[in-house]
Design a protein around this ligand. Structure first.
Ligand code: SF4
Ligand code: SF4
Length: 376
């Protein structure tokens, strides 16, 4: 059974440091050795002040770095911000000042490597720093998320998808919340951070995860070796059915073992936490959504040489977009909602996604705005 540690906390560093050290020890931090490469992955979404509760608090990041340095490890603090420059985020958040004097590299993710995260996504590009790290210390912020309801330990790992590839995946999985949730859950399961410490001292409620949310003091830090277990304990705390959290529902649907965690510490009962109104996953004005779905998102395509006409795809298609019994397979792309269920169920791997010409142009334009990183 996995264990989740719950502690009351403030950001006052004299008290926070021993608390984070104790949590790391309890999670098996003594496995971290001299020269271990440790990725410290906070939530560095966009430039914001600590009181806005957008980012993991600098005191928590500092304590985690100090713990790793005490073990003789080589910590790297990194993320792939959605908005704004990494430098501005460090300055505005106070993280740069908090880490001053510590022998710790702090920079955005650069290179990606392709990692097979499982069907229907296959190999996707994930930050090399995350894939090659000996240990990941995941430091999420406790926030609401207007697309995924909450962003906690598992969702924080989506930040390991680098630069423009992040909105690309948003768009690809975007028409279907559960498909996007499956992507996030698969990334979480693939990266398996050894240590997860959730900053809920100053959390965010309402229309998070950015500045549209409202800071809410909860005065709590949660830690555990299993990010899914940490997230489920948050549901308990909020008296929320985990099935309402798309990422946890996806994990259950994909049969990831998420045992009920044993608690170390007493869980505050928060019954009036304001959850967000869920919004569309597709960027841009509403009148463009149909166009984006049809013309920009990747389409399912069939390799006729691999297809055995078994019928699994047209049976599952919720939109009736695949003509039954037709060989080669024929898709009605105007009806297709891009849920990619057909790719997931095909027992012969005959289906894949293909980019549209418009999609390629949009991706090219986005890559000019956001740093792409290199892929190996
Ligand atoms: S599920 Fe795969 S093999 Fe079966 S009909 Fe569809 S594409 Fe062909
Ligand atoms: S063809 Fe059907 S199952 Fe496949 S992506 Fe489109 S809507 Fe989904």
């Amino acid at each position: 059974m996995s264990e989740v540690i719950v502690r009351n906390a403030t950001y006052e560093s004299d008290a926070l440091r021993p608390l984070i050290f104790g949590m790391m020890e309890a999670m098996g931090g003594n496995e971290i050795r001299k020269e271990s490469r440790v990725l410290i992955k906070p939530n560095l979404l966009s430039p914001a002040l600590p009181r806005q509760a957008v980012l993991t608090h600098p005191s928590i990041i500092r304590a985690a770095v100090e713990y790793c340095l005490d073990r003789g490890a080589r910590p790297l603090v990194a993320d792939s911000p959605a908005i704004g420059s990494f430098d501005l985020i460090l300055r505005m958040s106070g993280i740069r000042d908090a880490l001053r004097g510590l022998d710790c590299e702090c920079r955005p993710f650069r290179n990606s490597v392709r990692v097979d995260i499982g069907e229907p996504f296959g190999a996707i590009e994930i930050a090399e720093d995350a894939v090659r790290a000996d240990f990941i210390v995941n430091l999420p912020k406790f926030k609401t998320h207007s697309q995924m309801l909450l962003t906690l330990a598992v969702k924080n790992l989506f930040g390991c998808v680098v630069g423009y590839r992040k909105p690309e995946w948003h768009m690809r999985a975007g028409v279907n919340r559960q498909a996007f949730a499956r992507l996030i859950a698969r990334i979480g399961r693939t990266l398996r951070p050894a240590f997860n410490i959730l900053d809920g001292v100053l959390a965010m409620e309402g229309q998070g995860p950015g500045r549209g949310g409202v800071p809410r003091e909860l005065g709590v830090v949660l830690a555990g070796c299993d990010p899914f277990a940490v997230d489920r304990v948050v549901c308990r705390m909020l008296d929320l059915d985990p099935e309402q959290v798309p990422v946890l529902k996806a994990a259950r649907e994909m049969c990831f073992p998420t045992p009920e965690a044993e608690l170390d510490g007493s869980l505050p009962a928060i019954r009036d936490f304001r959850l967000p109104r869920l919004t569309s996953l597709i960027y841009g004005p509403k009148f463009l959504h149909g166009f984006i779905r049809r013309q920009v998102l990747q389409r399912p395509v069939c390799d006729p040489a691999a297809c055995r006409m078994c019928g699994e795809c047209w049976k599952i298609c919720p939109a009736g977009a695949i003509t039954p019994e037709e060989n080669p397979l024929c898709f009605d792309y105007d009806r297709c909602i891009r849920c990619y269920c057909c790719i997931e169920v095909c027992p012969f791997g005959a289906l894949d996604t293909a980019e549209t010409i418009t999609g390629r142009i949009v991706r090219g334009a986005v890559s000019l705005i956001l740093p792409p990183g290199k892929t190996r």
